[in-house]
Design a protein. Sequence first.
Length: 553
Amino acid sequence: MKKITLISLLVFCQTIFSASKITETEKLAATCKVWGFLKYYHPKVAGGGVDWDKQLLEKLPEIEKAQTQEAFSLILENWIDDLGPIKEIAPIAIPKDVEYFDKNFDLSWIKSNKLFSKKLSNKLKFIENNRFLGEQFYVGTAENAGNISLKNESYKHPDFTNKNSKLRMIFMYWNLIEYFFPDKYLMGQKWDTTLEKAIPLVIQSDNQDDFYLTMKKLVSRIDDSHTEFFIYSSSKTSKIKRYFPAHGKIIDDKLVVTEILGDSLAQADDIKIGDIVTKINDKTIKEIILENRDLICASNEPKYLEKLVNTILLSNSDTVKVEFFKNGKYITKEMTWFNYHDSHRNEFKKGAQKKPEKFKLLDHNIGYVNMGVIKPKHIPDMIAVLKSTKAIVFDMRNYPNGTFKEIAEFINPQEKKFAIYTHPDLSYPGKFKWSSGTTIGFDNKDYYKGKVIVLLNEKSQSQAEWTAMCFQTSGHTTIIGSQTAGADGNVSEFDFEGFHTLFSGIGVFYPDKRETQRIGIVPDIEVKPTIQGIQEGKDEVLDRALTFIETGK
């Protein structure tokens, strides 16, 4: 009986000891959260009273040695205590005119993290309730726009041979998104999970290229079409980019040529609009789609594919193996691609500058406006020519030039609100405040009374989506096309020594609080181009709009 009791006791003790052991990733993920929280909440840290990066680098070796939950928590408790006492100011009153948007806000980990002692959790909760209310040392907001900007950060490369130096940069970026990215709650993968997956990869990266590739994968998980991640080359002589002499669109896992950028270069390889590219350097388009998912950030699938085309159609090699499907046969060519800045630059420039008319009168008294070309100074002439038409098609499958106000006043009978926003609250990091929104128009008896048609697709991003929202207030606007980019509003940009990145800076909603991020502007009539239509030289979206104008269907 004594033997059985002894064995049971040993098993129990081993179980307790095993349960208290913690992994490196668990420790580092928890440290990242605490460090970021204190950075924006603790009065001494958020006010700039300490070198917070330096303190992290000093604490990480201690944290690495901690083998149990108790030892880990004690390090963090002592770290907080060493920062000095915090003046108790709770409860902090919320201004009566502030309405919070809380879908991004989550500090539940303070109480729920299994690595934290009750004492540590209580200390963190006290800091939240008595948080810093002055001017943040590390972040600010852009004047008027309200999106986030950085201050007093280290923009230099980390030491790529030092694990902790690399972790510091990852911690910085992760917390920037955690507290100030307005659309965090819409990510396909939880941001906590992204951190846990990134930490081992960061530790394993042992040079500049590997580290920034890991960061690029981290950044791509925020699922925001505004977001790009440009890596500055580590080599002294950056590689020259070579370009396919045409542009295209991915349809049904095939790349279809939609525009010729260099006439003579395309002719040399017999490339025509409607040609189908099936492989690049022996990889199918479907394989290329799959292998780039962790490297390109987009709000939705159509925008991902549109961004991917730019990746597919450039190379670091002069010669590229391309497989086409033409006339019922597969044809492989060893193509020579050229640089925009070499002797063929005029060919590319010529193709890129073939801009269509700003506006024109189509058959059957229908107006057409190219929103990517027309500017505010052209609007009076446009109104004069098109005001008596039965319909105007505003083609916004592009990026507009700030013409929303003049056109919206022309098509709107009265003033209407068309968008509201969420902005970060620096006095309560992680929370966002609703704005009063934006209105357009005035009491206008002479407003345009014909049909208003807006054409949209995945190229319609940000200002294009916002302008479409603006035009929808007319009450006689029909959206025709396909899903837009799903990234509205302004952007926050960050330029570091090794990379440049950006993300959507504010949340953009309809006045009834319907979301636009990731969803985009939903078309009233969905139309997508087909391979056959492109090959036949048709604009199927415009054709569908003209049919709707004539039939109402």
